[in-house]
Structure formats: structure tokens, C-alpha cells
Design a protein around this ligand. Structure first.
Ligand code: SAM
Length: 212
């Protein structure tokens, strides 16, 4: 079966699981997830599952990628999006099609370098990447209309809240290894935030510092 047909099957499954945003589904249908995975595992690329990408990290499950993207964009398009935890770059690529500019931070340099090559391969030139501890955000590029975090801190980093534009939203898993909650936090004023708790999730931890 061609990867286009397997992607269509994946999209049908996501639709059945409740993903309703057609723009998100279309980008998932058009994005070759197999190029974000080592060749030995690429036959599993269109399973709705997380897969290892080395360094004890994973490419996120397509359902979670779709759900978090849908949550970020529910109230309309985002111009400037910050992603914390580039990983393979799959989520980055999805965001790059749906937002005007994407800024993505990764603490493990070899992962970041591979992800950068994949952005070039897909001709996604609206992505800027940086090797840094994403818990501190990217102050020089703030404010952001959307921030998506794909690793879980124990509590919401203040720096990320401070870098949200008024009206901007942060989608973030929060909690330790015992259990995490997916939250969406909206900045509604200088010091005012509204938080929704959406579902339980399982992410790798957000870790401080960087790895060369
Ligand atoms: N969305 C990614 C994908 O689909 O490939 C998956 C991301 S993976 C679940 C989480 C990533 O967050 C890992 O690559 C990990 O190295 C990164 N990470 C963890 N803590 C970080 C931090 N403080 N700053 C930046 N990246 C971090």
C-alpha cells in the first residue's frame, strides 16, 4: 500500500476518534511521517502510536499531534507559534503548514539537526530552530499567538506564560511520571490567564539544560 493510502487510513481513524478540524486532517494526510522515523521503523510510520527516535525520546502519537494542533488553532489561525521539544520535527512540520512562522526549541542537538534537515527536505522555510532549554522559551521572538509544549514539566513554566501574546494560548502537558494532564491556558490580560484541563496524557519529561 502506498504511504498516501496508509495516511488516508490514518486520517479516517483520527476522524473516528473525534478529530474534526479539516485543515489539521488535511495536513496530516499530506505529511510523510515516515521521513521523521529511522528506516528500520518506517514501516510503522502510519500506525497511531508513538515510536522511538533515539536519545530515549519519541515521535508523538498522531492522535496527540492532531489533538494538540486542533486545540491550539480552535479559536482561529496562529501567526507566530513557539514549539518546545522539536523531537523528530513531525509536529513542527504540521505547525509550519498551519501557522505563518514557527519557532522550535530542542535541548538535544543531534535531534535538532536531523529535524532541520527534514524541514529543508519538505521546503518548510518558515521554521526557525534553536538548540536550547525550551522551558525558558525564546524571549527575543516573543510574543507568540500559540505555544505548544511536547514534553511535560511538573508545573507550567512562568517564562512561557510571560511570552504569550494577549489572546494567545499555550497547550501543555503538566505533571510527573505518576500522571499528566493536558492543559490549554489562554492569556486574557496582562496578568490574567484562563486554564482548561482537557485529558490525561503521557509525555516524556521536560528536562532542564542542553545536550550537545
Ligand atoms: N513532537 C515531537 C515529535 O513529534 O517528534 C515529539 C517530541 S518528544 C515527545 C519531546 C521532545 O522534547 C524531545 O525531543 C526532548 O528532547 C525535548 N525536550 C525535553 N525537555 C526539553 C527542554 N527543556 N527544552 C527543549 N526540548 C526539550
Amino acid at each position: 500500500m502506498t504511504s498516501r493510502r496508509t495516511r488516508e487510513r490514518l486520517v479516517s481513524r483520527l476522524r473516528e476518534q473525534g478529530i474534526a478540524n479539516e485543515a489539521v486532517l488535511e495536513v496530516i494526510r499530506d505529511t510523510p511521517r515516515h521521513i521523521f522515523i529511522d528506516e528500520a521503523l518506517s514501516h510503522r510510520a502510519y500506525e497511531d502510536t508513538a515510536l522511538p527516535i533515539g536519545f530515549n525520546q519519541t515521535i508523538s502519537q498522531p492522535f496527540i499531534v492532531a489533538r494538540m494542533t486542533e486545540l491550539l488553532l480552535e479559536e482561529g489561525p496562529c501567526q507566530r507559534v513557539l514549539e518546545v521539544g522539536t523531537g523528530s520535527g513531525y509536529q513542527t512540520a504540521i505547525l509550519a503548514v498551519l501557522a505563518t512562522q514557527v519557532f522550535s526549541l530542542e535541548r538535544i542537538r543531534p535531534l535538532q539537526e536531523k529535524a532541520r534537515k527534514r524541514m529543508n527536505l519538505l521546503k518548510l522555510h518558515n521554521v526557525q530552530m534553536r538548540h536550547s532549554d525550551g522551558g525558558m522559551g525564546w524571549p527575543a521572538q516573543a510574543p507568540f499567538d500559540g505555544i505548544m509544549v511536547t514534553a511535560a514539566p511538573e508545573s507550567v513554566p512562568e517564562d512561557l506564560l510571560a511570552q504569550l501574546a494577549i489572546g494567545g494560548r499555550l497547550v501543555i502537558p503538566v505533571g510527573g511520571s505518576h500522571g499528566q494532564e493536558l492543559k490549554r491556558i489562554r492569556r486574557i490580560g496582562d496578568e490574567q490567564f484562563e486554564t482548561e484541563v482537557l485529558q490525561t496524557v503521557k509525555f516524556v519529561p521536560l528536562v532542564g539544560g542542553t545536550v550537545r
